[in-house]
Design a protein around this ligand. Structure first.
Ligand code: PMP
Length: 406
């Protein structure tokens, strides 16, 4: 049984008030709150078990290394990777995608080489490719979504030409909630010899993910959205692609030997993890993923489907709200605009007065905003601890905003 009240009690911040009202936290798409077990693990690590990893031969260094390295297996299990050696730790999705851009794509993408992106991508999965466009003449090909925000896998595959070197696509849109059929994209791309990078930042939070079943080459996740610490993250890189990738950042820990004239590298995945990593962040990430798996990813997904359906029905009852992204099986992420002059920022300010935290703006998705013809939206994004009663508070607060701005 999924006991949401019991779960809520495990997140200390959820019992606080904001502006004199109980907090209704609906900004999970930006970052999720942390359960007590994660906060305690961070305190424990710094209070009793901290030292640098991989370096010392002393007790605390070995302990910290064990605690840190054990997370590789947890991430591998969470993502369904075949081996923990296919998991590279990093500070989050942005670093993960940049690592692929610099380490894998840059050396293989000459002028005129093409990369296919969906119009829904987050800037983290756009700007690194713009770097390659600016610096070496790579061509970015965009695939649009339809009026409901659906991405047709056939359109993505049709965009492949002999010059296509990579498809980089999100699994779930951070703006529309659209769930992309990445498995079909990967199967079709593989048949044509084109690798696929999947941005899993928003997907891995809401649904079970199995990278082997999806058949992708790269899958990036970010810890702070997964109820873990900010500054933690990981990328799955399939073994064959890891062998093709060159290191992106050089420094300690990623080398085997350095002399005046030569350098030899550590084995992957360490080869891609230069310098002192986010030791405690990663340990916290491991605890967060174990927490989610303990609740059960299927159970979390079912709870959020219920919230999604309830929120959709209630929002549809407000005929002065337009929801962007209307695919039936979307994640519980709702971007919307209000009829009339009210700017998204003004709406979110009114909601904040009622204790309701949402995000307003472009959501780091400029091309999608252009495509939709809006300059900003409000976004309510739900997490594993949200409730139907919180949807009701959101609706009441929106009604107040409408009265004020109409
Ligand atoms: N991709 C998507 C779809 C996202 O929602 C985000 C975070 N908003 C990112 C990438 C970037 O994640 P981070 O800022 O944690 O690197």
């Amino acid at each position: 049984m999924y006991d949401v009240e019991k779960i809520r009690a495990e997140f200390p911040i959820l019992s606080r008030q904001v502006n004199g009202k109980p907090l209704v936290y609906l900004d999970n798409g930006a970052s999720a709150q942390k359960p007590r077990v994660v906060i305690d693990a961070i305190t424990q690590a710094y209070s009793h078990e901290y030292a640098n990893v991989h370096r010392g031969l002393h007790y605390l260094s070995n302990l910290a290394t064990d605690n840190y390295e054990r997370v590789r297996g947890i991430v591998a299990r969470f993502l369904g990777a075949g081996s923990e050696d296919e998991i590279i730790f990093n500070s989050g999705t942005t670093e993960g995608i940049n690592m692929v851009a610099y380490g894998w794509a840059m050396p293989r993408m000459e002028a005129g080489a093409e990369i296919i992106l969906s119009i829904m991508e987050h800037h983290a999965n756009i700007v690194p490719w713009h770097f390659l466009r600016e610096r070496q003449g790579v061509v970015i090909k965009w695939v649009d979504v339809d009026a409901n925000g659906a991405l047709d896998p056939a359109k993505v595959l049709d965009a492949i030409t002999p010059r296509t070197k990579l498809i980089a696509v999100t699994h779930v849109s951070n703006v529309l909630g659209t769930v992309v059929d990445v498995k079909t994209i990967c199967a079709g791309a593989r048949a044509k010899g084109v690798p696929v990078l999947v941005d899993g930042s928003q997907a891995a939070v809401h649904m079970p993910v199995d990278v082997q079943d999806i058949g992708c080459d790269f899958y990036a996740v970010t810890g702070h959205k997964l109820y873990g610490p900010s500054g933690s993250g990981a990328i799955y890189v399939r073994k064959d692609r890891m062998a093709e990738m060159r290191p992106f950042i050089g420094g300690g820990d990623m080398i085997r030997e350095v002399t005046r004239d030569t350098v030899t590298y550590n084995d992957p995945p360490m080869k891609f993890e230069a310098g002192t990593p986010g030791i405690v962040q990663t340990i916290g990430l491991g605890v967060a993923l174990e927490y989610m798996m303990g609740l059960g990813m299927d159970n979390i997904a079912a709870h959020e489907r219920d919230l999604r359906d309830y929120a959709r029905t209630r929002l549809d009852g407000l005929n002065w709200i337009s929801v962007q992204g209307r695919t039936p099986d979307k994640a519980a992420i709702f971007s919307f605009t209000m009829e009339g002059a009210a700017h998204a920022h003004d709406i979110s300010t009114i909601l904040d007065k009622k204790g309701v935290a949402v995000r307003a703006g472009q959501h780091c998705a400029g091309p999608l905003m252009d495509h939709m013809g809006v300059n900003a939206t409000c976004r309510a994004s739900f997490g594993l601890y949200n409730t139907r009663a919180e949807v009701d508070v959101l609706i009441d607060a929106l009604e107040l905003a409408h009265e004020l701005f109409a």
